[in-house]
Design a protein around this ligand. Sequence first.
Ligand code: HMG
Length: 395
Amino acid sequence: MKIGIDKIGFATAQYVLNMDDLANSRSVDPEKFSTGLLLQALSIAPVTDDIVTLGASAAQKILTQADKENIDMVIVATESGIDQSKAAAVYIHQLLGIQPFARSIEMKEACYSATAALDYAKLHIGKNPDSKVLVIASDIAKYGIGTPGESTQGAGSVAMLLTKDPAIMVLHDQSLALTRDIMDFWRPNYSVTPYVNGMYSTKQYLDMLKTSWDEYQKRFNKSLADFAAFCFHIPFPKLALKGFNKILDKQLPEAVKEKLKDNFQHSILYSQQIGNIYTGSLFLGLLSLLENSTSLQEGDQIAMFSYGSGAVAEIFTGTLAKGFKKQLLKGQSRLQELKKRTVLSVTDYEKMFFEEAQIDENGHASFDNYKTGPFALKEILGHQRIYRKVAANGE
Ligand code: HMG
């Protein structure tokens, strides 16, 4: 049975910080961010947006009523959990109005877990061919003011509907995972921002890419020439580019190399405007590729490198389905959408991104009315998060 991605949607925050403004404020040469990291802007989420509102918003854009009646599993992959116990997927299941006889869970392993979620979804559909599974990768990447990671923050969600006979991409059975117990990036329960060994993390990312790709090729007798594009986890686009250059086979025919290079550029377009969205970054790269490449054709194979600090990596692959373009937006309209975000000054970004809910002795907190997508965190009442649907006029 062919199983894979039938629909893919995306949502990000309604506010944006331009990298040049951040560079000027931190007395950094703007070229360091634009050329050194290949970043132009970062999405900034207010306190009324979280993994639930962003995830529900990404999914709402793609789901029909018939989908909601057939989804029997909702998986949220995240490392920005809002509760140690209750899964964000349960809130999202309710906000979207998915039929009740469903399993709703959360999965975690830094930026990697959405890849495991896709595999679990695939196994589930293998046993229950009429099921549809909603996989949402949702995160807010926050490193802290003035930290080396500050320039690689971001916020966003990618929602994917997994079905049999999918309209976008059939996922292959062959994949190769790799685990290493390392401390490159981690966030203990008592900290709202991660601890990061930045340079070490980039070395591990590149080494785990090389190790897993070498083993994948050996085990499955594949090479780069089998693929029309290679998508990477994108903590910042320059590191993905380094990864791409590391595996680029210099023996490949020039035309194949050029196509792969061209498609790599298409895959980083959205991340350059949004920053790191952790679990969703690889899939934002895939979406960017699919919506912007003009050379991709049905039947083309795509390779993907998933990486989550700590660390787990995986190489997995898929084949583009017949008519896949019909399921997707045009790249230009997605980029136009991103231009509608409200530009923040650095002072306003510092206030907004790091605002914490002020919970009183009764477990209540209320919030200013920031711009969000179709869902917002309204208040906290008796330690319970209360979400609301936002009307089209933002009320
Ligand atoms: P930094 O201080 O920006 O490092 O920190 P840098 O001094 O190496 O500068 C970056 C690049 O800018 C370099 O390019 C410089 O040469 C260049 P490169 O040499 O590497 O090609 N540069 C300039 N270019 C033009 N004009 C200039 C100029 N100045 C410098 N004037 C660091 C970089 C990655 C350490 C930092 O951003 C960080 O800590 N980020 C967070 C951690 C991270 O993203 N790690 C990536 C791998 S781990 C991962 O992917 C997992 C993750 O997503 C989390 C998860 O799994 O949950 C993070």
